[in-house]
Design a protein around this ligand. Structure first.
Ligand code: ADP
Length: 327
C-alpha cells in the first residue's frame, strides 16, 4: 500500500453549493492526519496547467457558507485525450501529489476512472452536483440547496399567480434527472410535474388543468424539468394555450440561479461528512471509490459501479403523492 503524503483536491464540471464545505473538510481532515494538501485550480484543466496551491487551515476559513467553489471549476476537453492525461500525471507527480479527491458529477467521475486506470494514483470521488443523478448516494452535494432555491421561487410565483388567477409553467434544472422537479414540485404544491424520466402527454396535462379549474383553484403551477420530452416550458405552454385558455398563462425559466447560493445546513453537513470520509478512504489505501450517503450512513461504492449502475431515484410513492396532493 502506498503511503500518502500529499493529497490533491479539486472541483470539476458543474459547480454545486456545498463544494466549498467539502474542500474545507478535505483540507482539515488531511491536516489533522498530518498530511499535506494541494489545491488544484479549475479541475482537470489545473492539472494540465500545473495550477496548484499548497493549502492550510486558513485557506479554507470562512467558506463553509459560500456557494460556488474557491478552487474554481472548468470543462477540460484535453483531459479526454491520452496525451492530456499524460501531461496531467507528469504535473501532479512533479508537484509531489500522491492521492486525489475529485469533487464533481458524472463527467468528473469518468475522467477519474480513466486517469486512475492508466496511472498509479489513488483517487476517491465525491458526488457534487445539483442534479442528484449519481448512483451510490441518496443525495449529491448541492441538490438539497438547489431544491430549496426552487421552492422559494415557486412560493414567490404562487403569490402572483394566485393574485391574478394565472397558470405558470416553471422550468427547473434536470436534463436527465427529475429529482429537483419532483421534490420541489411536491414541496411547492405544484398542480402538475413534468419529468424527463416519464413522458407526459399534453392532452393528459390539459385534462389535469381542466380538473384543477373545475375545482376552482385560484392559481395553477406546472413544474417542467428542462429535460422532459415535450421540449421545455415554452413549448409546453404554447401547446397548452392552443386548447386551454381558462387562465392567463406565464412561463418562468429559473435557470442558473438554481446553481448558486449559500448551501443548506443539510449540504454543509453532508459535505463535511463526505470530505472527511474521502480522506479517510485514501489514507486507508482505497482507490477508485466514491463516497455517498445511504440511509444515514456514509458508504463507499466502487467507481465502476457508480458509473455503470443507473438508479431511478423517483419512487412510485413519490409520483403518486405528487398526483394525490395536486388536486
Ligand atoms: P460533471 O462532472 O458536472 O458531469 P462534465 O461532464 O463537464 O461535468 O465533466 C467534467 C470534466 O471531466 C470534463 O470537462 C473533462 O475534463 C472530464 N471528463 C468528462 N468526461 C470525460 C472522459 N470521457 N474522459 C476523460 N475526462 C472526462
Amino acid at each position: 500500500m502506498n503511503t500518502i503524503h500529499n493529497i490533491g483536491v479539486f472541483t470539476s464540471g458543474g459547480d454545486a453549493p456545498g463544494m466549498n464545505a467539502c474542500i474545507r473538510a478535505v483540507v482539515r481532515t488531511a491536516l489533522f492526519e498530518g498530511k499535506r494538501v494541494t489545491g488544484i485550480h479549475q479541475g482537470y484543466q489545473g492539472m494540465l496547467d500545473a495550477n496548484f496551491t499548497e493549502m492550510n487551515s486558513r485557506s479554507v476559513s470562512n467558506i463553509i457558507q459560500k456557494g460556488g467553489t474557491i478552487l474554481k471549476t472548468a470543462r477540460c476537453l484535453e483531459f479526454k485525450t491520452p496525451e492530456g492525461r499524460a501531461l496531467a500525471y507528469q504535473n501532479i507527480k512533479n508537484a509531489g501529489i500522491d492521492g486525489l479527491v475529485a469533487i464533481g458529477g458524472d463527467g468528473t467521475f469518468t475522467g477519474a476512472d480513466y486517469f486512475s486506470k492508466e496511472y498509479d494514483i489513488p483517487v476517491i470521488c465525491v458526488p457534487g452536483t445539483i442534479d442528484n443523478d449519481l448512483y451510490g448516494s441518496d443525495y449529491t452535494l448541492g441538490y438539497d440547496t438547489a431544491t430549496n432555491t426552487v421552492i422559494d421561487a415557486i412560493d414567490k410565483i404562487r403569490d402572483t399567480a394566485a393574485s391574478h388567477g394565472r397558470l405558470f409553467f416553471i422550468e427547473v434544472m434536470g436534463r436527465d434527472s427529475g429529482c429537483i422537479a419532483l421534490n420541489a414540485g411536491i414541496a411547492g404544491g405544484a398542480e402538475a410535474i413534468m419529468l424527463p424520466e416519464k413522458e407526459t402527454a399534453i392532452d393528459d396535462l390539459i385534462e389535469l388543468l381542466e380538473k384543477a379549474a373545475f375545482k376552482q383553484k385560484t392559481s395553477t403551477i406546472v413544474i417542467v424539468a428542462e429535460g422532459e420530452k415535450n421540449g421545455g416550458a415554452y413549448n409546453v405552454a404554447n401547446r397548452v394555450k392552443e386548447k386551454f385558455d381558462y387562465y392567463d398563462t406565464k412561463v418562468s425559466i429559473l435557470g442558473h440561479l438554481q446553481r448558486g447560493g449559500s448551501p443548506s445546513s443539510f449540504d454543509r453537513v453532508l459535505a463535511s461528512r463526505m470530505g472527511y470520509a474521502a480522506v479517510k478512504c485514501l489514507l486507508a489505501g482505497d482507490t477508485r471509490m466514491t463516497v455517498g450517503l445511504r440511509g444515514n450512513e456514509i458508504k463507499t461504492t466502487s467507481l465502476e459501479e457508480a458509473l455503470h449502475n443507473k438508479e431511478f431515484k423517483l419512487s412510485k410513492d413519490m409520483l403518486e403523492i405528487s398526483h394525490i396532493m395536486a388536486i
